[in-house]
Design a protein around this ligand. Structure first.
Ligand code: NI
Length: 146
């Protein structure tokens, strides 16, 4: 039996480009403009998003690590990149009732990944939206179909 000597973590970086507009039907046009400023522009705008996915990886004596990074790449590709890359986030069904803020997006990415990775493996999801804006979320285990 292989001994796991220590617990480390691995963070992988992924990218996608997407359009969005910050807007909520719960506010008037005027209040939307006040709340979101230029991000409420009716024509929307785009970001080159960077997603940082951190997973646990046990350090093993023989291989040096136990994390299956190919599986992680496939999961992020299928669940996140294919879904959002070159899409309008406002058209995504999960954003029908929610504003496409970085906070909501990083929560959604967590939910999309956690149900498709081995239980307890996902530690944190980070989302860089602009040079100066970084969002981060570490939620709980969420059951659901992958
Ligand atoms: Ni934006």
């Amino acid at each position: 039996m292989e001994l796991t000597m220590a617990q480390a973590s691995v963070t992988k970086r992924y990218r996608f480009c997407a359009a969005h507009r910050l807007h909520t039907d719960y506010l008037s046009s005027e209040d939307n403009r006040a709340a979101f400023g230029k991000c409420n522009n009716p024509n929307g705008h785009g970001h080159n998003y960077v997603v940082l996915v951190t997973v646990k990886s046990g350090v093993q004596t023989s291989t040096g690590g136990e994390m299956d990074l190919d599986r992680l790449d496939r999961t992020v590709g299928q669940q996140v990149i294919t879904r959002f890359d070159h899409h309008d986030l406002n058209q995504d069904p999960e954003f029908a009732e929610r504003t496409t803020t970085g906070e909501n997006l990083v929560l959604l990415i967590w939910d999309l990944l956690v149900k498709c990775l081995p239980s307890g493996q996902l530690k944190k999801v980070g989302l860089i939206e602009t040079r100066d804006n970084y969002f981060e979320y570490a939620g709980g285990i969420k059951n659901g179909e992958c």
